[in-house]
Design a binder for this molecule. Structure first.
Ligand code: GLY
Length: 583
């Protein structure tokens, strides 16, 4: 039992029978369990908050489908995982139904009507710096009420429910209201954030965010209640989309923005719409890949990278070897260069060459430009991208009917702008920082100033979020995604590669060593505990510049053996409070 690994059905019938018996016993033993890795037959939710995963699982148990469970999980995460779970931010949902039809909902934030390409520049045309929510230095496009994009989450969840949900909307919002009203024990990571913000944050809302009924700072394990957030959620429960974009919530958002130098108006909120979009589709070794199209760069870059890798003879490239990391770093370098050059909001960039970027022919030309013995040089005379820290959150859902959802949403930085109205109880994003802030200005550190992602009124800022579904013969096989800013695409890419090319079960693939290269700065970031000194030496001899980081990604995945009706969910061990919950 201990060393059992979930794999696709084997060609050996005896092994198959043994595996099936093992799986069934594991399912029976772990019914309703909350683990980092869980097997289930009827439904699974894997998120960065085990409490929110339980909320989603309960909706599935009540007969809800994967979209219902996703709506409930997303609202619950806004209560239990405010680092990135939100109603004040935005994101993307990719859905595949039991017939194998995939679609996506884009609920990315938009620039307000009064926004302009130079709104963050001073009179000299420079980008000033200031103190961010952590009390450390940051460029102004990530600070304060001006950094807030028009939120999209409530509109996106509402649209997903209207089109694909089955249970009443109010039933899906209510569990989050209960959590906000009754409270839940403050976990260690939230307690640490509370202590940090109280001591260091220049933002009053954040300093007061984690308080008990007596107005004192919460202790670890004490119940955290959020009555103002519960009130806001009740408006959303009772009036749906309008409960956020109209009425008292909208008026209070606008009042708060005015008071704090923001520019979001009632008109911005009223005009905000989520959009259903055709997912980006690719293929890899006989599997179909569905992921998020622009305004996310995630799907395009993921499919370009998988296409490039299809040209490599991976059977002779040992996993975790220097040859492997060199090959994937060179692949990343090329896809991220294309990302920077071409991608932005599709409603404003009508001629993006998406077909070319995701074609097998283009991938072959990109593959042929890779020198297998040494690193290329990223052309910094063009433009680049900054390395982002970890934030955002992803969850994966599978139901008993054969539907799956892959959803990633974000406030941009952890805790977003750190700003919020005390009457509403939720945090606003600082997603305006995902636009190119200084037209024409590009530098080696990674700031870019290219046209496709310059600020324009009602434009959506380019994202790296990469909620993905892999299917085999029209049935969902893998549901996967991750937080991590620009690292997201690469951690999803490597995880998919580990499962499809290196035959790893999803839990192993999630934990496998990851690297990150984003063209510029020209660096290979690696998980410091996982890359051996020998491998590092070989990579340095190939002229890669290596930079250690603690961890890359916080992946939440589900792998499905449709023939045997078994699902396996895995929550990344880097997530302190995450959990896979099934039944
Ligand atoms: N805010 C992170 C992203 O959208 O990629």
């Amino acid at each position: 039992m201990a060393d059992f690994r979930f794999t696709a059905v084997s060609t050996n019938p005896m092994q198959n029978t043994l595996r099936f018996i093992t799986l069934i016993s594991f399912v029976l033993l772990n019914v309703n369990g909350v683990f980092a890795q869980v097997y289930a037959r009827n439904g699974l939710v894997v998120s960065s908050s085990a409490i929110a995963s339980e909320v989603g699982r309960d909706i599935l148990k009540r007969g809800g489908n994967a979209v219902d469970a996703s709506v409930a999980t997303a609202f619950a995460l806004a209560v239990t995982h405010p680092t990135a779970g939100n109603i004040g931010g935005g994101g993307f949902l990719v859905f595949m139904d039991s017939s194998g039809t995939a679609t996506s909902i884009d609920f990315r934030e938009k620039a307000p009507l009064k926004a302009s390409p130079t709104m963050f520049l001073n009179e000299e045309g420079e980008l000033n710096k200031g103190k961010n929510l952590y009390g450390s230095e940051s460029t102004v496009n990530h600070i304060g009420a001006l950094s807030v994009g028009v939120p999209g989450t409530v509109a996106g969840l509402y649209l997903a429910h209207q089109k694909y949900g089955s249970l009443p909307w109010s039933d899906l919002v209510q569990p989050a209201i209960d959590l906000a009203e009754k409270g839940f024990p403050l976990n260690w990571s939230l307690f640490q954030a509370a202590a940090y913000f109280e001591a260091n944050s220049p933002i009053p809302f954040l300093r007061d965010y984690f308080k008990n009924d007596q107005g004192e700072q919460l202790e670890f394990g004490e119940l955290w209640k959020q009555p103002e957030l519960a009130k806001t959620l009740k408006e959303i429960r009772d009036y749906g989309r309008d409960g956020f974009y109209k009425g008292f919530v909208a008026k209070e958002i606008v009042r708060f923005m005015k008071e704090n130098g923001g520019i979001i108006t009632l008109e911005d909120l009223d005009r905000y719409t989520a959009v259903e979009r055709k997912p980006i589709k690719g293929s890899f070794k006989g599997y179909d890949i569905y992921s998020m199209p622009p305004p996310s760069s995630g799907g395009v870059a993921l499919i370009e990278m998988l296409n490039i890798m299809e040209n490599a003879h991976l059977d002779s490239v040992e996993f975790n070897s220097a040859a492997y990391f060199h090959l994937i770093a060179e692949t990343m370098r090329r896809a991220y260069a294309d990302r920077a050059e071409y991608l932005g909001d599709p409603d404003f960039n009508l001629t993006m060459p998406l077909d070319k970027l995701t074609s097998k022919a283009y991938a072959l030309s990109r593959f042929n430009s890779i020198d297998l013995t040494q690193a290329s040089i990223s052309d910094s005379s063009k433009f680049g991208q900054m390395y982002d820290g970890s934030h955002t959150t992803h969850f994966s859902v599978a139901d008993a009917f054969g539907n799956v959802v892959s959803l990633t949403y974000t406030l941009e930085h952890s805790y977003g702008s750190g700003m919020g109205s005390s009457a509403l109880g939720f945090l606003f994003n600082n997603e305006m920082g995902d636009f190119n802030p200084q037209p024409g200005s590009t530098n080696r550190d990674g700031q870019i100033g290219t046209d496709p992602n310059l600020i324009q009124p009602e434009k959506r800022m380019l994202s790296s979020m990469c909620p993905t579904i892999v299917a085999k013969d029209g049935r969902a096989f893998l549901v996967i995604g991750s937080p991590g800013g620009r690292t997201i695409i690469n951690t999803v890419f490597q995880t998919v590669l580990c499962v499809l090319a290196y035959d790893m079960p999803v839990d192993k693939a999630i934990e496998a060593t990851k690297i990150h290269h984003q063209w510029l700065p020209d660096r290979m970031y690696y998980e410091e505990a996982l890359l051996s000194p020998d491998t590092r030496l070989v990579l340095e001899e190939m002229h890669h510049t290596l930079v250690p980081v603690k961890v890359l990604g916080q992946l939440m995945g589900i792998q499905i053996d449709a023939d045997n009706k078994i699902m396996m969910g895995a929550s990344d061990s880097s997530s302190p409070d995450g959990g896979a919950v099934g039944y």
